[in-house]
Design a protein around this ligand. Sequence first.
Ligand code: SAM
Length: 229
Amino acid sequence: MRLRRNPNAIPRLQEHPLVINDPHQVKGSWKSLYAKPNQPLYVELGTGKGQFLAKASTQHPDHNWIGIEKIQEPLLQAAEKGTATENTNLRYIWMDIQKLRDVFAPGEVDRFYLHFSDPWPKARHYKRRLTYRDFLAIYAELLAPDGDLILKTDSLSLFDFSLEEFHEMGWTLQDLTRNLHESPWNKWNIQTEYEQKFAGRGMPIHFVRATPPKSTDSMEVEEVEKENE
Ligand SMILES: C[S@@+](CC[C@H](N)C(=O)[O-])C[C@H]1O[C@@H](n2cnc3c(N)ncnc32)[C@H](O)[C@@H]1O
């Protein structure tokens, strides 16, 4: 993402009504921040400029939404789009995804979205990819029992890497297409800024919805492994 630095971005984020400045304090009680606390909590990881969240929170008022972004300038743009919607089911956090466990309790999130995450194409950088197994382990811990994760990307290499990591970590692939815009799932799709850019160049969008192993699944795997020892 090409960035124009904005010296006012940090103070504006700090006083923005939709940006949660002390996310650690809300760990375990995120839903209580919203006008309708009993709704599922959906979290977009790497929100960028926030087009998806502004539209998703409008089209799905029956869900509560959070966008997480580590760079202040795009997050400020996202939060301003959020304000323009006047939706009460939308919040943002300025944070690195590495710290997810500090701000969400186990089982607190109903869905994670990874939209056009940085592909980190160099082989030696594979651990930085947001679908690397260590990240999948964190998402699995924080997801509710019926929770899931949606990944969309233009990057074939990131997609194939992610499918391998899902497999290694015992996730189940529920829905999958290598051309989202020509698929039946497209009717529910809300495009992100990057998606519009890549699709505009004729690139197919890869999509998968996956669910983590139930904790009993991993116990069963351990038991089978012990029996085989
Ligand atoms: C390629 S952009 C995609 C933005 C948006 N999701 C879209 O599809 O238009 C990836 C975004 O993820 C953010 N990001 C990457 N790694 C992150 C991390 N560890 N924590 C928080 N945000 C991250 C980047 O700053 C960037 O804004």
